[in-house]
Each structure stands twice: as C-alpha cells, then as structure tokens.
Design a protein around this ligand. Structure first.
Ligand code: MF3
Ligand code: CO
Ligand code: CO
Length: 293
C-alpha cells in the first residue's frame, strides 16, 4: 500500500464521502470555497468559553477513541471513520470536512508528514508515528486539538521526539499569562526544542479559534518578536508545535513540500516530525486547556 521503495509515504486512495446527519449544524464555510472573513473577537465571554470547552471535550474524546483504534494494520481511513462516527454521535460536525475542500473528518499525519495528512487506504505499520488532529463544531463553536501516537513500538530517537514535542506544547502553555505578548509562547517552545537539536516548523502556526475555525490571530511556535498581540483574559487560541528530527536550514527554516492534493505537507528530507495541539483560554492565573477529555 502507499509507500515507495524507500518506505516514504505516497498518496493513497480516498474512500467515499461520509455523511453528516441533517440535524447537525454545519459551519458557514461548508459547501463554499473558503470561510467568510472573521470579524469577531478572540476574547470570549465565560458562557461562550464553556461552549468552546464542550466542543473541545468532544474533540478530545474523539482523539482518544481514534487512539484506541491505532494498531499496525489499520488504515487511516478506518481511523477517520472512528472520528467521524464519534463526532456525529455527539451532535458535533467534523470541522475539517468541507473546510476549503478538505475531504475528511480528521487529519492523519504519518512520519514525515508535518500536518494536514488526508485519511486514505494507507496502512499503519509497527514503528510509524501518526498524528490525529480533530476539530469539533457544536453550538456554533470549534474546539481543536491533536496528538501524536506511536504505532506499536518505535526507536528511542523517535519516541523521544514525540515526548519532547508533547513537552514543548506544555512549555508553550506555561508561558501564557495576561499582559504578555503572544511571542513568549514561541520563545518557550523553540528554546526547549533547540536543546535537542530539533527543527521547529515556522510556516504553520497556532491560531485563534472559537466561533471561527481559524480567526486570523496567529501564534508562532518559534522565537520572533514581531507578533506583539497582548494576551488578555478570555482570549482563546491554539498552540500546536510541529518539531522535526531534520536539521534547520537558514534562517532556522525546515524545507517542506505540499503534495499535489493541496493539503499533505511533508519534510523535504523525509525527516520524522511530531505535533501536539490544544485549544487554550487565557485566565487571570495563566491558561486553561479547553480540549481535555
Ligand atoms: N485542525 C488543523 C489545525 O490545527 C487544521 C486542519 S484544516 C484541514 O489548525 F483542512 F486540513 F483539515
Ligand atoms: Co489548530
Ligand atoms: Co488541529
């Protein structure tokens, strides 16, 4: 199945589209080429934060359900079916389905895939890592998270990358405080990643999320002073660092390619990459994770 002679991933075949029951509310962008411009705020009321938390909880439970199905021999399309069925059974719309034409209900990104892998007939093998990224839309709110799973067992080098990427997200979360600029988050993540010689992906970032899937607010995962948005209580956004075993080029960038499918992003040197994501709200004391199961 889709791997080339060197074991690198190649595009697979998609299953038929999955249906969403008519009673489940669609985001405004479904059936349209792109979302309309978001003009609202990234700061939410306590009541709206609880709605984002409800969507985030459903998404997190869906990730757990998919995680329980991960084993050598399963296809990423079978994982998509688990995600899809879980979300609709809980009254949520899978936010990725029909988002700018994305065809499936989650993203599954294996090994050298940095992000936005499309579930297909690719068979997971022992030693792979696979990121599962799920966003749920319910009550007008999106909750967005992802986790990277090891398939069976892998090398210590890859297992370390996965655990340190999880820790990099934690470091980013701990940097959140009202009154600070959002650039403290990427500073914390990159300084941690650098200790191990990992590359940090710059071209995909965290984002404001809530009534819009991607609000326009950008949260970099690398050290850059130019993102000066000041965090305030009630602000909601994701942090979702992607770290690689590949060596950064200049100036600190990791070369990547996008497949002709318009979505799948792979490291150019096929180096392994891991990612973790949560949706967070800024609180008086720091941050609260809205995507816990
Ligand atoms: N959930 C992803 C994120 O973290 C976005 C996926 S968009 C898709 O922002 F279209 F690729 F699904
Ligand atoms: Co996100
Ligand atoms: Co996501």
């Amino acid at each position: 199945m889709p791997r080339d002679a060197l074991g690198h991933l190649v595009p697979g075949t998609l299953s038929a589209p999955r249906a969403v029951p008519a009673g489940i509310r669609r985001p405004e962008y479904v059936g349209r080429p792109e979302p309309s411009r978001f003009t609202g705020s990234d700061v939410y009321s306590p009541a709206d934060i609880e709605l984002i938390r409800e969507s985030g909880r459903i998404a997190a439970q869906a990730v757990e359900a998919v995680g329980a199905a991960i084993r050598p021999g399963v296809t990423t399309d079978e994982l998509d079916a688990v995600a899809h069925e879980f979300l609709v059974a809980h009254g949520a719309y899978p936010s990725t389905l029909g988002y700018r034409g994305f065809p499936k209900s989650c993203c599954t990104s294996i090994n050298e895939v940095i992000c936005h892998g499309i579930p297909d007939d690719t068979v997971l093998q022992n030693g792979d890592i696979v990121n599962v990224d799920i966003t749920a839309f319910k009550n007008g709110m999106h909750g967005d998270l992802n986790k990277t799973f090891v398939v069976g067992s892998t090398t210590p080098e890859i297992a370390d990358l996965v655990e340190r990427t999880r820790e990099a997200l934690n470091r980013g979360i701990k940097a959140i405080a009202p009154g600070r600029e959002v650039n403290v988050i990427g500073r914390a993540i990159e300084s941690y990643a650098k200790r191990f010689g990992y590359g940090v992906i710059r071209d995909y970032t965290g984002h404001g999320v809530g009534s819009a899937f991607h609000s326009g607010l950008i949260i970099p995962h690398y050290d850059t002073p130019s993102f000066t948005t000041v965090m305030e209580v009630g602000m909601v956004f994701t942090i979702e660092p992607m770290l690689t075993l590949g060596t950064p080029g200049h100036p600190g960038t990791i070369a990547w390619d996008e497949w002709p499918d318009g979505w799948t992003v792979v490291t150019r040197d096929h180096s392994i990459t891991a990612q973790f994501e949560h949706t967070l709200v800024v609180t008086e004391r720091g941050a609260d994770i809205l995507t816990l199961p």
